[in-house]
Design a protein around this ligand. Structure first.
Ligand code: SF4
Length: 295
């Protein structure tokens, strides 16, 4: 339960503002928050993140009330894909399985066979019987997976990407390396493949946290959303963390403020609802992921 109120658990993504992370019961990536939401017992969950994260918490916790402090906070990548786009891809590739990155709407998850996160995408794809996979909605994460599996990957949409990570450039990585000789460069798999190729380490935010615990580098150049710097500084205070670019800001994540969290708790709103049929099908795709051994 959060210190803000005993009836509420506050779940915060690694990309939200520092003061919201500091007030949260749990801070993590999408997979961690999805898991943690099912392990808490308060009647209310408050999700400090974008809307698909609040939807996911509501889908996995149908007997509890999930609040999203700022309903306008949406993932720009998720919004670019409709379930009809997935069905059209399935018509073109009828033997393929559909893997939906959790950064997708509930309606897209509802037409997927299984979900994945950036932390487990390769394992999820390799767990499938099908040789062909329609991977939605991030082409960069799809490329990361395709390089690490024997499966044939069809990214849908072909232009799908996170606008924050897509903006990171090879020139920025090289400039950061020149400015901080000896530093380790970590980037997220939502970054373009050319940027990934420049990095010393590619991984989800949870993988980055594990990595900073073992890297010998005293300085780490961080190629993901800037909120992660605060999380890493808490995890490894002896190290120096430098953003790979000043432009790695997800404004939707930053819409969640401590004031909006407090208002949500005070008013017990806005409540997140997902229509029953959509929620049931999306839950099946999420639970199939969560049930995989070792993830
Ligand atoms: S950082 Fe990118 S993928 Fe994450 S919520 Fe923002 S727009 Fe979506």
């Amino acid at each position: 339960m959060t210190t803000l109120h005993p009836d509420f658990t506050l779940l915060a993504h690694n990309y939200v503002r520092a003061e919201v992370q500091d007030a949260a019961d749990f801070v993590g990536d999408s997979l961690e928050l999805a898991r943690l939401a099912t392990r808490t017992e308060t009647p209310y969950l408050v999700v400090a993140g974008v809307d698909f994260m609040a939807e996911t918490a509501a889908i996995l916790n149908p007997d509890r009330t999930v609040l999203h402090p700022e309903p306008c906070s949406s993932c720009a990548m998720a919004l670019r894909l409709a379930p009809t786009d997935v069905l059209a891809a399935l018509a073109a590739h009828p033997d393929a399985a559909v893997v939906a990155y959790v950064n997708s709407t509930a309606t897209v998850k509802a037409v997927a066979d299984i979900c994945c996160t950036s932390a487990n995408a390769v394992q999820v794809v390799n767990s499938l019987d099908e040789d062909e996979v329609i991977f939605v909605p991030d082409r960069n994460l799809a490329a990361y997976v395709a390089a690490r599996t024997e499966k044939t990957i069809f990214p849908v949409p072909a232009t799908g990407c996170c606008p924050v990570h897509q903006a990171l450039t090879v020139a920025e990585i090289r400039a950061a390396r020149a400015a901080y000789p000896g530093a380790e460069v970590m980037v997220h798999p939502e970054c373009p493949p050319a940027v990934q190729a420049e990095a010393d380490f590619i991984g989800s935010t949870s993988a980055m946290i594990r990595r900073v615990g073992s890297t010998p580098a005293a300085t780490v150049i961080v190629g993901t959303e800037l909120g992660m710097i605060h999380r890493l500084e808490r995890e490894a205070p002896a190290k120096r963390f430098v953003p790979a670019s000043p432009f790695l800001i997800c404004t939707d994540m930053k819409m969640i403020t401590l004031a909006s969290v407090e208002a949500a708790i005070a008013t017990r709103s806005p409540v997140v609802t997902v229509p029953g049929r959509v929620a049931g099908r999306a839950r099946a795709a999420l639970e199939r992921m969560l049930a995989l051994p070792g993830l």
